[in-house]
Write a protein that binds this ligand. Structure first.
Ligand SMILES: Nc1nc2c(ncn2[C@@H]2O[C@H](COP(=O)(O)OP(=O)(O)OP(=O)(O)O)[C@@H](O)[C@H]2O)c(=O)[nH]1
Ligand SMILES: [Mg+2]
Length: 314
């Protein structure tokens, strides 16, 4: 597992380079002025941290500055980093690998069109297979024939079995099949790829709820995760979809895709603060191995340009 952490700091740095440089530069040692607070606020908002979260972070840091009689911005760097770590680590499961110890563990991926569900299903399959787990990919996006084909290719690459039915068939039936098949073959993990549905189409949401019910009924002892696959380039705009999806299938976490394409990374902070969901993995490219376990410390280190952060729990 540790190998996955390797280089994540530098990857995060490369990803959100410009933005994180802008933030960390503010904490170079200059006298603490009102201008610093204004700059910090605007850079956090630009970085997609969200207005509310930014305001609350800045006001807490201001209080800390008063309390510790801080005169130079450099003195705030460690304090701010620890604040961010605390905010993220408050969410259970943040940066933790998915628990796939139960057989079968069912992971349903949901999200809007093009957010990266199918790609992520393939990445997850490859990751679990590399950990010695057996995996079934369930092609529950039955709307498009191409979607089934795309998942089959993912399956071939990773060596995971793909359970699919004909184009246009009932998606919940595919999930039922996949779980039955997993039970019969003692397969560890079932990863369910779903259609990229417009969140305004309630019939599609009903279909998703049905998938959730089937998973709940057929794998009662198993671990069930419903992960929102969120395109990090969409930023805060992706949040409204979370609420709608959450009504159909209670969400248990987030996989943040296309982190390699975003010029900002603050979305992670607002996911913790506003969605109260753990970020489990981040997609850092289109390849099957471009999925990394999220790490709070690596993320904050990259953002604040720090070597390490003191950990009170260590
Ligand atoms: N750069 C980058 N591209 C990604 C990542 N994840 C997915 N993509 C790309 O995003 C596009 C859409 O990915 P899909 O996996 O097909 O998305 P989807 O959610 O299944 O799409 P629909 O089935 O149409 O809803 C593809 O071109 C992927 O290669 C990522 O982490 N980084
Ligand atoms: Mg897809």
């Amino acid at each position: 597992m540790m190998a996955l952490f390797g280089g994540l700091v530098s990857k995060f740095k490369r990803v959100a380079n410009k933005w994180s440089q802008g933030v960390s530069n503010l904490f170079s040692d200059s006298p603490l002025t009102e201008r610093f607070w204004e700059e910090l606020e605007s850079r956090l908002i630009i970085g997609d941290v969200g207005v509310e979260t930014t305001e609350s972070l800045v006001s807490t840091l201001r209080e800390a500055a008063l309390e510790h009689r801080v005169a130079h911005t450099g003195e705030l760097k460690g304090i701010f980093a620890e604040m961010l770590v605390e905010l993220l680590d408050e969410i259970p499961g943040m940066g933790r690998p998915l628990d796939v110890s139960a057989q079968p563990s069912v992971i349903v991926l949901v999200g809007v069109n093009g957010s990266g569900k199918t790609t992520t299903a393939g990445k997850l399959a490859a990751m679990f297979m590399s950990q010695g787990k057996s995996v079934i990919l369930a092609a529950a996006d039955t709307y498009r024939a191409a979607a089934i084909e795309q998942l089959k290719i993912c399956g071939e690459r990773s060596g995971a079995r793909v359970i699919a039915q004909a184009h246009g068939s009932d998606s919940a039936a595919v999930v039922y099949d996949a779980i039955q098949s997993a039970k019969a073959s003692e397969t560890d993990v079932v990863v369910v790829d779903t259609a990229g549905r417009l969140h305004t189409k309630s019939n599609l949401m009903e279909e998703l709820a049905k998938i959730g019910r089937v998973a709940g009924r057929e794998a009662p002892g198993g671990i069930r995760e419903s992960l929102l696959v969120l395109d990090s380039v969409m930023g805060q705009n992706g949040f409204t979809q979370a609420e709608v999806f959450n009504k159909a299938v209670p969400l248990t976490g987030v996989i943040l895709t296309k982190f390699d394409n975003t010029a900002k990374g603050g979305i992670v902070i607002s996911i913790a603060r506003k969605l109260r969901l753990p970020v489990r993995y981040v997609g850092l490219g289109e390849g099957a191995s471009d999925l990394e376990l999220f790490s709070t410390r690596d993320f904050v280190c990259a953002l604040m340009d720090m070597e390490r952060i003191n950990d009170n729990n260590e």
